[in-house]
Structures are given as structure tokens and as C-alpha cells.
Design a protein around this ligand. Sequence first.
Ligand SMILES: [Zn+2]
Length: 457
Amino acid sequence: MTTIIQNATIVTGDPGRTVLHGSAIAVDGDRIVAIGPTGEVSAAHPVAERVDGAGKAVFPGLINCHTHLLATADRGILEDFGFPTTLRFPVAARALLTEEERQVMATLGALEAIRSGTTCLLEIQAGVAGHAETLAKTGLRLVLAHNFNDVDEAKMREGAFQFLPDRLDQGLQRSADLIGAWHGKENGRVSCFMAPHAPENCSPDLLRRARAMAEHYDIGYTIHLSQSHLEVEAVMRTRGVKPTQYLFANDFLGPRLVVAHGRYLDPSEVALLGQTGTAISNNAAIAARRGAAAPARELLAAGCAMGMGTDNMAEDMVEVMRTGLFLERVRRNDEMWPTPEDVLEWATLGGAKALGMADAVGTLEAGKKADLFMVDTQRPHLVPTLRIASAFVHQGQPADITDVMADGRWLMRDSKVLTIDEDEVVRQAERIGHEAWRRVLDRYPDVPFPIKLPPQP
Ligand SMILES: [Zn+2]
């Protein structure tokens, strides 16, 4: 059955940044089959379910190129102590979740993602296979990556870097198992990436073998890069070069790679990323919380594809877009660039390019997959709707988003999420989050903790 969203404003996000008024978008199965004036699209599809888009704007679904959904358990705590955290606990709460609790916290993250207009996300997590099925049921387009490294972590905490071949083999095997179980599943809605963790804790052998595996399976791969001063110092000390140069020297950079963060890159590193066609996930909101910013303008000028991501503790891509605009204008003392249309493109088509999906998603065009969200524009902070992409990036809120579709299926309709029992997940996640942090405090009673936790709800 064809679905037609009609009489809407359609922000296509196409390369010409076309915005259509009084227009319709027809979806059949998982694909957009037509976009144009409501009368024409309607006449061409006499039998269809019709959704009234009057007073609404339709946008391409947002693409989150870097997240860790289980970090929702650390919300309210780990935003404010730097990275790596200055809290002295050897673990974060998310590391002490049971398998069942992991399902709930991952679903909580997915819920927030859907409510903020996300239709696709790259979830990077050690043992992601454990919550893959739960996530697949949310209806989101997913790129799943098993996060691993091959360093001796106990010794690394003392400043020594030793690498363990068994640990490397195990990480590659778990990645291969994940790919075998999930890549291309659910009508192609679920795919996989390789995810070595970061330059300081991955050996040259790991980098080379992970890239070779990505090429073997014809998939992408990702890594944290220039995420912390500690990383830069550790790589300089152990490898004698900057982190990006270390990756380059081991044939790791290239068009299949999405590097996340890029907060402390020097110009030579930006040039290497550009010349190798490497893509970046600009995680602006978490960067701002860390007092840092990726050099967006320089990375784009060097030729990098730019996506955006949330990283830890939040899944709100609306906030990420706005922070990305603010952060870059402040960083360069530039009151006009980037434009709202620029950051919207980073969070849609840019992300699709980074993830190697630009043929299928990232814009609203006939023939592409139907991944979209609808905004109620008749809100006090959005009218007059003279330039709706600008109004939404500057003033929009997730609560303005009423409907979300991924792969042609409604995930949210009239502000109700259809694929998740929202009340139950929120209730359980509240309990689990409190219990998990109590576990941390019980296990390490001698570690100073500057926060007084409230009573257990
Ligand atoms: Zn991360």
C-alpha cells in the first residue's frame, strides 16, 4: 500500500538544497516513489493512505555516525569530569550492567534517537551482538560495530603499552561473528562496521588486519581519533608521531574509514585525512562539553566527508546540529558560516556519505529509501516559517518532531513511538541507572566521588 504525505513543506536535502511547498511525498514499501506538487503525486497514486502534512515540514532522517547507546547509564555524571574521566573509578556504570539491563539502556537510547528525528545510527560497543536483536526491533536503520583493542589494559592504566596477540585474534573473531549474524539483515536495514577503538590502544597489526577485513567484507570501519590529550601524548611517546600519522603509516586511512572526534588535529593531520578521502564524524555536542572542537572548515576544505554524531550520554541529533553550528562559528569567530543548511547536510547527506550509504539515504529523492521525519512547524518558536531549515536548526526541539519513518515503516506517529513501550523502558531505565551507580560506589567505597546520589527511586 502506497503512503502519501501531502500538502507539506519538503526539505529534500538534495544537492541543490531544494525546499518544496504544498508538496507530497509518496512511499511504497521501503522506498520513496515520487515527490512533487500534491495534485500531481496524488493523481498518479489514486489508491493510497493519505497523511495530512499541512502545517508540517518533512526532513531527511538524521544520521548519527558515532554513538554508544549504553552510555545512557552514565548520564548526569560523566559529562562534567573530562575525558578520560578524572573520576578514579576503574569502571563506569555501563560496564556493570547485566545483559538484561543492557537491552533496556540500549532501547532507552534508541527511544531518544527516534524522538529526535534519527533514522540511522552507528552503534559502537564491545559485545554489541548482545543487544543487536533488541535494537533491530526498534525499526532504526543500524550500523553495528564490535569495539575492540589489543592492548593489555591493566598495564596501560600504569602507563605501559603492551599488545596481546590473543586479544587481537579474539576481537577480529567477534567482529567476524557479528558480521556473519547481522550484515545485510532485515531487508538490508542492519549492516556492520569494523571498530578498532583508538590509536593508543591498537597495534599496527590490528590496524592492518581490521582494514583488510573491512575490505574483504566490503564494509566500512571506524576509530576514535584525536579524542583526548592523553591519546595524542601516548601515541607520540610510543610511536613517535601524531595519531593520524600513525594510522597513515599503517595503511589505515581511506574512504571506508570514519574517524570520530578529531578535536586536537594539527594541519598535517587534517591534510592526511583529506588526501586519503577519510570521513569524519563531527561530534559537536560532546566536544563542546569537553571544551574542544573539531576543525570542521579545514576538514571540509581538505576534502573529508563530514557526518555528525552524539557519542556519549545523549542521542539528540537536533542538539548536535545546533551545537555544531554554534561551536564552529565561535571557534572561527565567524558570524555567517556554517549556515543551518550546512549543518543539516552534515547530519543527513554527509553522514550517508561517511557511512557509504549515500545512494540509499541522506536526502528525500525518488528512488531512495524512505527515511524521514516530520516537524510540526506551527509552534511559537518556529513561526513564521520563512526559512524552515534555518528555523529548525536554530530553534527546533525534538518535541516538535511528530512522525518518524525508517525503511518505509512508521517508527513514530502523532508523537507516539510505535516500536517501543516507552513508559516501561523509561521506568526500568530510571531504576537501572540508579542501581548501576550504586554498584560502582559499593564496589569502590574508597574512591572519592564528588556527587551525592539521590535516594533510590
Ligand atoms: Zn566514542
